[in-house]
Structures are given as structure tokens and as C-alpha cells.
Ligand binder design. Structure first.
Ligand SMILES: O=C(O)CCC(=O)C(=O)O
Ligand SMILES: [Fe+2]
Length: 324
């Protein structure tokens, strides 16, 4: 297994697929080491790769997306009750620029059953919705495992000691969000979500088998992401770009609603930190001088809504970049 095998010559710019359910993918093996290099290469080239993973069984997958349909079918007033003082944690929808898009933050601590229950009670104050909390909590645990393995592989890929991986995981928290895109009416634009980069370390996206998600490859082309049940798109956000001192590229992505019949739903697990800065081992005086100052993640979230950020062609550099 080597980097080239994941990029067959006739698809030289494609996004590699790592089979996380391969029994031979164990730390310390040559398979593991080469997979770490493939992941590192893909994150540096395109900011993303596919995880093929059978951890979330088909039954759970169907349950999760069935529940998402029920959730977004709730009245707008109910969904709007999900508010938060933190940006990007509440309900978002009815934007004039992207009218097809709707999104609901389910929990900023989805491994904690009580946090998921609070959301469930807000949406369904009547009894009888325990299955929602149980299903989403079970789902989040499995996707978080995928996040952990991937972060370990990134650390191994850069030759960092185990303690750095543990530090990274300990400073990480998770946000589970859900997305729904309405079908465009005749003559309406099919842009579901405009091209953007996420602020997270990783965003793990999982879709209801309906196409629409695209990532921008290194060569500038837009690439359609496979929405199959066992395919997870793992994409790097700006936090990883900073952490890696510009080795990893935050992935640019967008949603174009090109399926005219079936509505697209998607789940996103966002992993975020508190203080973000280049990792000490990835900074040196010669080849890799420090590119960013340390910053508070929530200050950055506040910044990205400002005019200065919107007008910048690289908002993360405007916010905390060190210019030589
Ligand atoms: O709909 C999706 O799968 C992607 C959503 C997304 O990119 C985001 O909310 O940052
Ligand atoms: Fe995104």
C-alpha cells in the first residue's frame, strides 16, 4: 500500500479512500504506517480524504437519517427554539442567499447523554422520544471513535510522540450538527451551501446517500463526494491548518443540489479546540518558521462574521497569521 495506489493514474487528482475496517490496519504495522502517509498526503494536497468504515451499521444509519427527516419536519418555531450564545450552535435557515439550506446543532457534547436529551426535550417536549437521544448518542460515540483514530494517524504521520496525540484529544470537544437541503423550485438556484472552509480541526460528514457535496481539489477542480452509507468524508478545517503550521490545507467545500427527486440530509461531527496554535514540533527556525499566533477558538468564531473577515481572501491569516 503506498500513496500512488490511492491515486490510480487515470484519476490522478482524486481523493483517497482509507479502509478503517481493514483488520490489518493496526498501529505498529507497515499497513498503518503507509495509511498514515496517505492521510497526511491527502490532507496536505486537498484537505480531505474518505474513511470507508462499517462501524455504523446499516440499521443505525437508517435510524439516524429517518430521525433527521422527523426533526426537520417539525414546525419552524420549534426548530428555532434551539439557540445558543456560541456562534454556529443553534438553528440556521431561511437565508436569502442559500434558501435551500437548514441546519440544527444537536449537541456540543454529544457523548454526554444528558446533553442530547436536553435537545430532544426542546424539540419534543412530550414524552416518548427517548429513542432520539439514544440513537444520536450511540451514533456520536461511533463517529468520535473514527475521529480519534484519524487524529492518531495524523500525529503518527508527522512522527509525533503518543503524548501529543493524547494532548490533542484531551483539548478537543465535539459538536454534532444536522443539515437538510430543500429541492430547488423551477428556476431557483441549486446552490445548497456556498463554498467555504470550516473552522474545526476535523469535520466528519456522513450523508443520506444523496449527492451534492463537493470539495475543491488541489488542481482547483470541484470533485463530487460519494454519499454512500459507509463513506465518511473527513475534512480538515482551519484549526488543523494552524496546528500543522500550514502543512495541512483547510478544505474548501460546497453543496450543489443536483438530485432533483430526493432531499439531501447530512450529519456533521465537528471537532474543535480552545486555544489553537501551531504544534511545537512542527515549527522550526529554518524550513518551517511559525506562521500563526496562538488564538482563542471562540474569539475566532466571533471574528468570522465581521466585515474584515468577509472581505479577506484568507480570514485565518488576517486573524492570527504572522507575516514575514
Ligand atoms: O451539508 C453538508 O454535508 C456540509 C455542511 C457544511 O459544510 C457545514 O456546515 O460546514
Ligand atoms: Fe462546511
Amino acid at each position: 500500500m503506498n500513496y500512488e495506489e490511492y491515486y490510480p493514474s487515470n484519476y490522478s487528482q482524486q481523493v483517497p479512500i482509507i479502509n478503517f475496517s481493514d483488520e490489518n490496519l493496526k498501529p505498529g504495522t507497515s499497513n498503518w504506517d503507509s495509511a498514515c502517509q496517505v492521510i497526511k498526503g491527502a490532507l496536505e494536497d486537498h484537505g480531505c480524504f474518505y474513511a470507508l468504515c462499517y462501524k455504523v451499521p446499516m440499521e443505525l444509519y437508517n435510524k439516524v437519517f429517518g430521525l433527521m427527516e422527523e426533526l426537520f419536519d417539525l414546525p419552524l418555531e420549534t426548530k428555532m427554539q434551539k439557540t445558543s450564545d456560541k456562534p454556529y450552535h443553534g438553528y440556521y435557515g431561511s437565508y436569502s442567499t442559500v434558501p435551500l439550506y437548514e441546519s440544527l446543532g444537536i449537541s456540543d457534547d454529544p457523548l454526554n447523554m444528558e446533553s442530547v436529551q436536553d435537545f430532544t426535550k426542546l424539540m419534543w417536549p412530550q414524552e416518548g422520544y427517548d429513542h432520539f437521544s439514544e440513537t444520536l448518542n450511540e451514533y456520536a460515540k461511533l463517529v468520535v471513535e473514527l475521529d480519534h483514530v484519524t487524529k492518531r494517524m495524523v500525529c503518527d504521520g508527522y512522527g509525533l510522540e503518543q503524548r501529543h496525540y493524547h494532548d490533542l484529544i484531551e483539548s478537543t470537544s465535539y459538536m454534532l450538527r444536522s443539515f437538510k437541503y430543500a429541492l430547488p423550485k423551477k428556476d431557483e438556484s441549486n446552490v445548497g451551501l456556498m463554498a467555504h472552509k470550516d473552522t474545526s480541526f476535523f469535520t466528519i460528514l456522513h450523508q443520506n446517500n444523496v449527492t451534492g457535496l463537493q470539495v475543491r481539489l488541489k488542481n482547483g477542480e470541484w470533485f463530487d463526494i460519494d454519499p454512500s452509507p459507509f463513506m465518511f468524508l473527513i475534512l480538515a478545517g482551519e484549526s488543523f491548518q494552524v496546528w500543522s503550521n500550514d502543512r495541512i490545507k483547510a478544505c474548501e467545500h460546497r453543496v450543489i443540489i443536483n438530485n432533483k427527486k430526493k432531499q439531501r440530509f447530512s450529519m456533521g461531527l465537528f471537532s474543535v479546540g480552545t486555544t489553537i496554535q501551531p504544534h511545537e514540533e512542527l515549527v522550526d527556525d529554518e524550513e518551517h518558521p511559525r506562521h500563526y499566533k496562538a488564538f482563542d477558538f471562540y474569539d475566532y468564531l466571533k471574528f468570522i462574521g465581521t466585515k474584515e473577515a468577509l472581505e479577506s481572501n484568507c480570514r485565518i491569516k488576517t486573524f492570527c497569521g504572522i507575516h514575514d
